[in-house]
Design a protein around this ligand. Structure first.
Ligand code: C2O
Ligand code: CU
Length: 487
């Protein structure tokens, strides 16, 4: 009886919500305990050598239960080293130590070509997983990715072919590179990964496959919010302890604006790892592609429950405000733990000098609605990828990207292969400093960042709203080796 009732309620919500962008199915809690890591087990390391991690990764079709009753056909990843493993969304986490060599034997069991991009990892160009850097992996074929995990932090992997469709269907998974200053601190009682997404579900629990004009304009916003593939999940934490929470936003278009009512958020890291100076904020905006890390003080009172919410952020085109939406519930379990002082070991400060005569490159982001309706198109400097002129540079150079967002909505800008340092937004220096690879460029504003070109090759930069990237808002940075400095 009870199940039947909640299901009816749910299908109503879903049906109504399908019409409304930004609406959530804040449906009866399913009481699913969220695991510490999204997929119960990270990818299996098949190499006994402690300096090398070798994994088998498979992309394949599968099923996932997003609603209590009803299964969705998804595309996802599974651990190829475990013969019986099943596709899960998110896919299995890649967990490695800083400095380890990583070999990924990847096999494509999907009905179309794909690649794997290691978002945020500073990999050699041949391992970057874009169609500029490799031949797409055809159905039934394999490809080996090889790189060294240079930086500790939180990253993720996903395809770079038809990404608006492939990622939406479930091809994404988190990456943790261990080895930063916080890892040896015994006072941190849990290290959790939260992968944020939203999906457009039909009332029967299947994924909606249509793409509307609005989906293209805003990036497809779903009617169901997911954390680690679970809707309205719960976590249990011990009263009086302190936890490390890592977040990745893998949504096609949704901006998450986190809030923990009654608490300030202590932000300790983002894309490039731990910050040299953590800071506190009432809410935390995470745009598609970005990662953030928090150090959270679990309330002292056992039995209390707190909700992690996402609240409204105006990213343009009059996106409606659905009110606060719950991502998961935190249940506080009894414990006599007490917190020690905050650690004093954090990340290292960003070092990047921008020479006076550093070259500045201008990128104007724009959008166009075709006359008489239809799907919007997106441009960089007036051109749609692949017609955006290639930017050429040399390794070792420091250059400035000046990004002018000449449109009525925000765009999250991502650069492959290197971290950058934000210099200013509309002329004002940012309040906090740290390495980034994805940054929000608000509507009608200009953001500048500095970057040192590192590895030769063909690196993509693009908007991380996937419908925009796939419809033109992408370009290529071609780096040639700096011959003068090589003898
Ligand atoms: Cu997360 Cu080019 O992408
Ligand atoms: Cu965009």
């Amino acid at each position: 009886m009870k199940t039947a009732r909640s299901l009816i309620g749910l299908s109503l919500v879903v049906q109504v919500c399908v019409e409304v962008v930004g609406c959530s199915a804040d449906t009866p809690a399913v009481n699913t305990e969220l695991p510490l890591v999204p997929n119960s087990q990270p990818l299996t390391d098949t190499d006994p050598d402690p300096d090398t991690v070798a994994v088998r990764l498979v992309a394949a079709e599968g099923k996932q239960r997003y609603l209590p009753d009803g299964r969705a056909d998804v595309w996802g990843y599974r651990d190829g080293a475990l013969p019986k493993s099943e596709v899960r969304v998110p896919g299995p986490m890649l967990e490695v130590e800083q400095g380890q060599k990583v070999i990924v034997h990847f096999t494509n069991e999907l009905p179309e070509t794909t690649t794997v991009h290691w978002h945020g990892l500073r990999v050699p160009n041949h391992a970057d997983g874009t169609p500029s850097a490799q031949v797409e992996v055809a159905p039934g074929e394999s490809f080996d990715y090889e790189f060294v995990a240079k930086d500790a932090g939180t990253f993720w992997y996903h395809p770079h072919v038809h990404s608006d469709v492939q990622i939406e269907r479930g091809l994404y998974a988190p990456i943790v590179v261990h080895g930063d200053a916080l890892e040896d601190i015994p006072d941190i009682s849990a290290d959790r990964m939260f992968v944020l997404d939203d999906i457009k579900l039909n009332a029967d629990g299947s994924l909606a496959q249509d793409t509307t004009q609005l989906d293209v304009m805003l990036g497809r916003q779903g009617n169901v919010l997911l954390v680690n593939g679970v809707r309205n999940g719960r976590i249990r934490a011990k009263a009086g302890t302190r936890e490390r929470w890592r977040f990745v936003n893998v949504a096609n278009g949704r901006y998450f604006n986190l809030r923990l009512p009654g608490q300030k958020l202590r932000i300790i890291g983002w894309d490039g790892g731990l910050l040299a100076e953590p800071y506190e904020a009432k809410s935390l905006l995470i745009v598609p592609g970005e990662r953030y890390e928090l150090l959270v003080d679990i309330p002292d009172a056992q039995g209390s429950a707190a909700r992690l919410q996402t609240i409204y952020y105006d990213r343009g085109h009059e996106i409606p405000d659905p009110g606060p939406q719950t991502l998961f519930t935190l249940d506080v379990a009894a414990s006599d733990a007490t917190r020690a002082m905050l650690p004093d070991a954090w990340g290292t400060a960003v070092e990047l000098d921008v020479p006076q005569d550093a070259r500045e490159r201008s990128f104007e982001l724009s959008e166009q609605m075709p006359e008489g309706g239809g799907f919007a198109t997106f441009q960089i400097n007036g051109h749609a990828f692949p017609d955006v002129p290639v930017v050429e540079g040399r390794t070792g150079q420091v250059e400035v990207f000046r990004i002018y967002n000449h449109s009525e909505m925000d765009h999250p800008f991502h650069l492959h292969g290197m971290f950058f340092r934000v210099l200013d937004l509309d002329g004002e220096a940012p309040a906090h400093d740290g390495w980034k690879d994805t940054v929000n460029v608000p509507q009608e504003s200009t953001l500048r960042f500095a970057v040192r070109y590192e590895e030769p090759g063909r690196w993509m930069y693009h908007c991380h709203i996937l419908e925009h990237a796939d419809r033109g808002m992408m370009g290529e940075l071609k780096l040639l080796p700096d011959d003068e400095n090589t003898e």
